[in-house]
Design a protein around this ligand. Structure first.
Ligand SMILES: Nc1ncnc2c1ncn2[C@@H]1O[C@H](COP(=O)(O)OP(=O)(O)OP(=O)(O)O)[C@@H](O)[C@H]1O
Ligand SMILES: [Mg+2]
Length: 378
């Protein structure tokens, strides 16, 4: 069987990366402008990281130095600094070792380089951080300032992408925001792109006038790829493999999967796989149902952890997306209890990431979980 033309891991790149022409141009421009900062934000699974990496790929093809730091899985500030140093090492090349030691000296950190067992790739970096340094809210931003100063000494420029940068704020709160402001103001050698998915937090940050640090940064909210364009791209892309996805089926895929890029690519892959394996006409809903059955374990687990009221609410929203949950007739007919209890259940479902609000109405966050609830209701 041909490899799938719909790539989810590693992140879609090159021809597997759909559309986003205008957004790519903005991020590429930001990466090419030292001293500038762009905040890229949007809902989960929309394609922020893929956009960041695709822009970085294009910028590095023009011989610019690019480092991307993923803060999503960093455990604390010292771990984030280690990741930063590893990423910068990849970008600055042969001068990195002296740069690393200069930065570490400024931060009063000890740095150990541990050889990789295979002996081929660059050694790993271990950071010795004394506990006072680790508690410093500005450890990461101090590292950025020190890197900028070292770049300045060497007359080098760096495009720096910080993915899920709002984690820095989670570790250090307001202090980090101000430290980041100072770092942005002082930096002349770094072109910053910071991306993150805690949409309300970031939206509040970039639009709230009292949060001064963010006045310095430009911002770009990543929305869905336009449905028609995505459908055309899916059909064209499927032609590279053995499975055909006609235009009407591509439109079904985009409609069933909803607005998030990852969900659309996932369903396109499942539809393409089914069509090429069975050599039958592609069908998006059959592919979705196959996929939901195959991957039902996490949905079952999530379901079993819900209260009865939460389960009833989800069933109801799956069959009637526009239902007014607090209407008296609905509450009585579906045993939902008092309006205040419904409010508690809804906020529990939002906290668990199962529901998200869209223009005041609660909606399933994950179209595959929505389908699982529908299939398991009968
Ligand atoms: N423009 C695109 N064309 C094709 N596939 C894409 C595109 N953008 C993203 N993808 C794919 O969609 C999936 C989700 O993208 P990505 O991880 O970039 O989203 P994200 O917004 O960073 O999500 P998260 O909030 O989980 O960090 C990935 O598998 C990626 O390969
Ligand atoms: Mg991401």
């Amino acid at each position: 069987m041909h490899p799938s033309p719909f790539q989810r891991t590693p992140l879609a790149a090159g021809p597997a990366f759909a559309d986003r022409t205008a957004e790519l141009a903005r991020v590429v421009h930001a990466f090419a402008t030292p001293g500038s900062a762009l905040v890229l934000y949007g809902p989960r699974r929309m394609g922020k990281s893929a956009l960041l990496h695709e822009a970085a790929r294009r910028v590095s093809a023009r011989h610019r130095r690019v480092a991307i730091v993923d803060l999503a899985t960093a455990v604390d500030a010292p771990d984030a600094v280690r990741r930063l140093l590893v990423a910068v090492r990849g970008a600055v090349g042969h001068t990195w070792q002296s740069l690393l030691h200069a930065v570490a000296a400024k931060l009063q950190l000890s740095v150990t380089l541990t050889p990789n067992p295979d002996g081929t790739s660059l050694p790993g970096i271990t950071l010795g951080v004394d506990s006072r340094a680790a508690e410093r809210a500005g450890l990461f931003t101090d590292a950025l300032v020190a890197i900028d100063a070292e770049l300045n000494r060497r007359k080098l420029q760096l495009a720096l992408g910080l993915d899920e940068f709002q984690r820095l704020l989670a570790w250090g709160g307001d202090d980090v925001e101000w430290a980041l402001k100072a770092a942005l103001e002082r930096s002349s050698r770094i072109a910053w792109v910071m991306s993150g998915s805690a949409t309300t937090l970031i939206e509040d940050m970039v639009t709230n006038r009292t949060r001064a640090p963010w006045k310095l940064a430009d911002h770009l909210r990543l929305g869905p790829v336009p449905a028609d364009e995505f459908a055309v791209w899916i059909s064209a892309r499927a032609r590279r493999g053995a499975g055909r996805i006609p235009a009407a089926v591509a439109q079904d895929i985009v409609r069933l999967a909803g607005p998030r890029t990852r969900d659309i690519v996932t369903l396109a892959h499942a539809t393409w796989r089914l069509a090429s394996a069975s050599r039958s006409a592609a069908n998006a809903l059959t592919a979705m149902d196959d996929l939901v059955r195959e991957t039902s374990a996490p949905y079952e687990r999530a379901w079993l952890q819900l209260t009865q009221r939460e389960q009833r609410i989800l069933r109801l929203l799956a069959s009637q997306p526009e239902v007014q949950l607090t209407a008296e007739g609905i509450r009585r007919e579906h045993y939902l209890g008092a309006a205040s209890s419904i409010g508690v259940a809804l906020s529990g479902l939002r906290k668990k990431g199962l529901l998200a609000d869209e223009r005041g109405q609660p909606r399933f966050d994950d179209p595959f979980f929505l389908r699982w609830v529908t299939l398991s209701s009968t």
